[in-house]
Design a protein around this ligand. Structure first.
Ligand SMILES: Cc1cc2nc3c(=O)[nH]c(=O)nc-3n(C[C@H](O)[C@H](O)[C@H](O)COP(=O)(O)O)c2cc1C
Ligand code: SF4
Ligand code: FES
Length: 535
């Protein structure tokens, strides 16, 4: 066994890959070898470390010193100064707070106490390409326990008791969903992991998969056992090349260890997984459109019912769950439902992974308990609004989520509280907007997105998104009147009740919250002025 005096963890999440982390990693490996310390220093590529807009990011342990915006030239300096001479390079230290994993003693603050990592427990810590590192963190123990010591009904009961609800948008209780499929009798059942993630500003599922693919594979094995499904699919956007590669490597490693395939853990249960690549349409994240796309057809949503739980892929009972939902399953089975219920609120137990973006100091990937307030997320985890500007709006839940104002800063971030405010947790995107932006401009961007992504199958959504986009454009050009607002409300309300899928149904969510929570600003536009000076 090798012992190392220092570990260098270079973030290999896709935002850092785009920022050039692979060249930095290679330079560190080269410099470490040249300095003759290759047997003392281990360089590992990990998943996302958190501050994704500051890449390439890396951490040097045991100190836990975090470096960001590291260039190839800096890499050599870090090796010469920090790893050879033991002097951390202050110039390159990350200036903001680091989500979760940093043990940088000088920088530890309340910020770390608010975060709780269940889903991201291994992300940024282990080498995601190494099944051994996952196993060293008790990986596959939950699958082993479930398959050898629990009945499928006990697994489902555990998940039901935990109160875990879907993290992909609709918040459906996960245990109940598995139970529907477990009860269906069929010669073949399927598990699908929905890793489509096509909403702008949403990248949590991608970083979960890239940072800890075995966690998702393990969750799917448990789901297969619980429901009697023997085949699983991970549906990933074709553009997410790093995720696809990492997941495929993980599947291969699990197969080689006998954790996928026949007779897993000698239990008699067999399960295997393959990756399906999506072609990149937002609507293909909708579960029935995803199934159509997997069947080789146009990605258009189906009429529900029947639901996939009883009639899904190729007409067979199919469970479709979000990546983050699935990543919660192994920890719940390993630690029990009461452990899970310690975090979050009574009706929204556990944590939530967000991608925190926009006008906030600490942007990136975070995981916090359900129920902490929007103010805490923005000011404590996010480090506040840059440039001394004022907070204006937070869009929770991605494009189809609601827009909250200053009056909602103390709202707990959980399913019920956000629903009461007309919003949702949705996809986990959390967009923070300061007072230099105009809410009508935001609405116009959102409407343009919906218009572009509507699959066109049903008239209310196809025509409605187009008309709404025109009306919001009119408000933006300071040419609208009260009757246009009334018409927009009528149209969006009609789309909510008559559209075939949640894309058309949810256009009203951001639109109505903007109309309701920012009515002064809308009124100003009707009077011919844009208070933010944008339109
Ligand atoms: C237009 C549209 C896009 C969606 N995109 C996604 C997605 O990318 N990932 C996801 O998990 N769920 C997405 N959903 C929700 C899925 O239909 C489904 O509810 C979810 O995958 C169920 O998993 P969960 O119970 O774990 O949340 C989308 C829904 C709609 C209407
Ligand atoms: S609501 Fe929109 S996206 Fe959904 S099926 Fe109808 S046209 Fe397609
Ligand atoms: S991808 Fe590198 S910090 Fe998130």
């Amino acid at each position: 066994m090798e012992f190392y005096r220092a570990h260098v963890l270079v973030c290999g999440g896709s935002p850092c890959v785009a920022a050039g982390c692979r060249a930095v990693r290679d330079e560190i490996i080269r410099s470490v070898a040249e300095a003759g310390i290759a047997r003392e220093v281990r360089v590992i590529e990990t998943g996302c470390l958190g501050p994704c807009d500051s890449g390439p990011v890396m951490v040097v342990y045991p100190e836990g010193t975090v470096y960001s915006h590291v260039t190839v030239g800096d890499a050599r300096e870090i090796v010469d100064e920090h790893l050879v001479k033991g002097r951390p390079v202050d110039r390159l230290r990350h200036k903001g707070e680091i989500p979760a994993i940093s043990k940088d003693a000088d920088r530890r603050s309340h910020y770390f106490d608010i975060q709780k990592r269940i889903v991201l427990a291994n992300v940024g810590i282990i080498d995601p390409d190494s099944i051994d590192e996952y196993i060293a963190r008790d990986g596959y123990l939950a699958a082993g326990t479930a398959l050898t010591q629990m009945t499928p009904a006990q697994v489902i009961e555990t998940l039901k008791k935990s109160g875990l609800r879907g993290r992909g948008g609709a918040a459906f209780p996960t245990g109940l969903k598995l139970e529907f499929t477990a009860r269906a009798s069929a010669d073949q059942k399927y598990i699908i992991c929905n890793a489509d993630e096509g909403e702008p500003g949403t990248f949590k599922d991608r970083l979960i998969l890239e940072g800890d693919p075995h966690r998702v594979i393990e969750g799917m094995i448990i789901m297969g056992y619980a429901t009697g499904a023997t085949r699983g699919f991970i549906y990933i956007r074709g553009e997410y090349y790093a995720s696809i590669q990492r997941v495929e490597r993980g599947i291969q490693q699990a197969r080689e260890m006998g954790l996928l395939g026949n007779d897993i853990f000698g239990s008699g249960f067999g399960f295997d997984i393959e990756v399906k690549q999506g072609a990149g349409a937002y609507v293909c994240g909708e579960e029935t459109a995803l199934i159509e796309s997997m069947e080789g057809k146009r990605g258009e949503p189906r009429v529900k019912p029947p639901y996939p739980g009883t009639s899904g892929l190729w007409g067979k009972p199919t469970v479709v769950n979000n990546v983050e939902t699935i990543a919660n399953i192994a920890p719940i089975v390993a630690n029990g439902p009461d452990w899970f219920r310690q975090f979050g609120t009574a009706s929204s137990p556990g944590t939530k992974v967000y991608t925190l973006t926009g006008n906030v100091n600490n942007k990136g990937l975070i995981e916090v308990p359900m129920g902490i307030t929007l103010r805490q997320v923005i000011y404590e985890v996010g480090g506040g609004i840059p440039g001394g500007r004022r907070f204006k709006m937070a869009q929770t839940g991605g494009t189809a989520g609601g827009c909250l104002s200053e009056a909602h800063l103390d709202i707990p971030m959980d399913y019920e509280s956000l629903q009461q405010a007309g919003s949702a947790l949705g996809s986990g995107a959390l967009l923070i907007i300061d007072d230099s932006h105009c809410v009508v401009d935001v609405a116009a961007t959102l409407l343009h997105f919906f218009e572009h992504e509507s699959c066109g199958q049903c008239t209310p959504c196809r025509e409605g998104t187009h008309r709404l986009s025109q009306i919001v454009g009119k408000i933006q050009h300071l040419q609208a009147s009260e009757s246009d607002i009334r018409l927009a409300r009528e149209l969006a309300g009609m789309m909510r009740s008559s559209s075939l899928c949640a894309l058309g149904q949810s256009v009203s969510v951001p639109l109505f919250t903007i109309f309701d929570h920012f009515s002064d600003e809308i009124l100003a536009h009707l009077e011919g002025r844009c208070p933010a000076g944008v339109c």
